[in-house]
Write a protein that binds this ligand. Structure first.
Ligand SMILES: [Zn+2]
Ligand SMILES: [Zn+2]
Length: 110
């Protein structure tokens, strides 16, 4: 069963096509990252709240419930969503932060 998943950068829906993941704003995610986020989402309960507006997140948002995640702290190994408890690995977080400058702004017309 596939769960709804949202782009941690812009909160648009992430769609999976075989091994390829991409967010509705037009940015693709690596297969490693896509599967890793998918696993994290499957470990927590689906969100009862509607997702936030699609726009670039100040940092990163939760791929399950789109609540804004708190910035990585050196003392904590993983990001944890304050709303649904989703945990994001440091590796995923670093990959997303590297990708963020290249992510299209969904508020800008292409
Ligand atoms: Zn996105
Ligand atoms: Zn969450």
């Amino acid at each position: 069963m596939t769960r709804m998943m949202y782009c941690p950068i812009c909160a648009a829906e992430v769609r999976q096509n075989s091994m390829n993941f991409g967010c509705a704003s037009g940015r693709s995610l690596s297969a490693r990252l896509g599967y890793s986020l998918q696993r994290a989402v499957q470990l927590v309960a689906p969100s009862a709240q509607p997702p936030r507006e699609v726009e670039l997140s100040p940092y990163l948002s939760c791929p399950n419930c789109t609540v804004e995640l708190e910035e990585y702290d050196e003392r904590v190994r993983r990001l944890e969503c304050p709303a649904c408890g989703l945990r994001m690995s440091t590796e995923d977080q670093l990959e997303l932060m590297e990708d963020k400058p290249h992510h299209p702004d969904p508020k800008e017309d292409a």
